[in-house]
Write a protein that binds this ligand. Structure first.
Ligand code: MRU
Length: 350
């Protein structure tokens, strides 16, 4: 059975706009919006209309290309100067996932040796399209490697949403579940709801249900009980930024799951493309952690559930130290052991 035809394309380049699946409306409504300015792209990333590390990278790349097309510079020097300013502007929409910077920097590099404003504009567009196309193949490979780690009839727990809509297709950690489905393998998934903004309940449960994957939704605070009592074979999560030593920033709550997995002797896997691996930083202490608005915690679906004026702390991500990670699943293979050495070595593989 193949499920590829059922994937919703989360973002599509339209030539003069970006067609974007509005993830804020899921699962109640499948709404597509059309972004026609770089400001709308910034806002869509910041407000989580599009979220998930690879997906925000691809969308930002299209946003930069869109700005380029709309600009009326005739001087190449002025165009390049503002291009770099727009990169910084888009990067400021969300600080933790390095894919954003990676994709924008790739566009900048792609035009280094290109001359003429019109030619540069067209190369920017083509490079953004290429990033999206490559991400699809990358996620497929991650899914295959991830699936290879599961025992027969596996029961797996995942956190947040790392699926097709968080990437260009398939997803990272969820990619392994889609591959399992394609191969007809039996697989059961526990998905944590992922407070505060419920990516697990709204997005992962919906995505897996659509694909016919056996998924059971739990609240975040049920994870210890489930790992203790439900014969879970593995925990698999995505990543927003992985430092050179393997320390991994991912959705808040991941660190707790990693400790629980260790306590119950369950393998803990991180699935991510190399665009998420930041070899420029040595360890997790250097990863900037985004703090989001207090309303995400004081309100649920627009209704206040906490007292007025209560102090709120809302970090969107946490950092799992490398020693809690059994393996990092990349598009180039499964990395384990000494991450500082192995990540560098595997990155060089063609
Ligand atoms: O705040 P979000 O929803 O963008 O956080 C997403 C995650 O933490 C994902 O696990 C990560 O980006 C990997 S997506 C393939």
């Amino acid at each position: 059975m193949t499920i590829t035809k059922d994937f919703i394309k989360p973002m599509t380049w339209q030539g003069d706009s970006i067609k974007l699946l509005n993830q804020q409306k899921l699962p109640g409504e499948i709404e597509f919006i059309f972004l026609t300015t770089i400001e709308q792209v910034w806002e869509s990333i910041h407000s989580l209309k599009v979220r998930g590390a690879p997906a925000i990278g691809i969308t930002a790349a299209y946003g930069l290309a869109l700005w380029g097309l709309q600009s009326d510079y005739t001087s190449e020097e002025d165009f390049r100067k503002e291009l770099l300013e727009k990169v910084n502007y888009l990067v400021s929409s969300r600080p933790t996932a390095v894919n954003l910077y990676w994709a924008l920097n790739r566009l900048v590099q792609s035009v280094q040796a290109v001359h003429g404003v019109e030619e540069i504009k067209s190369v920017l567009v083509n490079e953004a399209i290429l990033i999206q196309q490559e991400d699809e193949q990358t996620c497929r490979a991650i899914g295959e490697y991830g699936f290879s780690l599961f025992p027969e009839s596996a029961t797996v727990l995942t956190h947040c949403n790392t699926g097709g809509i968080a990437t260009s297709k398939y997803g990272t950690a969820l990619g392994a579940f889609y591959i399992a489905k394609e191969k007809g393998a039996e697989l059961s998934v526990y998905a944590t709801e992922t407070r505060p903004v419920l990516q697990g309940a709204r997005l992962t449960a919906w995505e897996l249900q659509q694909a016919g994957v056996d998924v059971t939704l739990i609240t975040d605070n049920m994870a210890a009980h489930v790992l203790q009592s439900k014969n879970v074979d593995a925990v698999i999560v995505g990543a927003d930024r992985i430092a050179a030593n393997g320390d991994t920033a991912n959705k808040i709550g991941t660190l707790g799951l990693a400790h629980l997995a260790k306590a119950f002797n369950i393998p803990f896997y991180v699935a991510a493309p190399f665009s998420t691996i930041d070899l420029a930083i040595q360890d997790g202490r250097e990863i900037p952690i985004e703090e989001r608005s207090s309303e995400e915690i004081t309100h649920i679906a627009g209704t206040r559930v906490a007292p007025e004026n209560v102090n709120v702390y809302n970090p969107a991500f946490d950092v799992t130290p490398n020693e809690l990670i059994t393996a990092i699943i990349t598009e180039k293979g499964i990395v384990k052991g000494n991450y500082a050495e192995e990540l560098k070595r595997v990155k060089e593989l063609v």
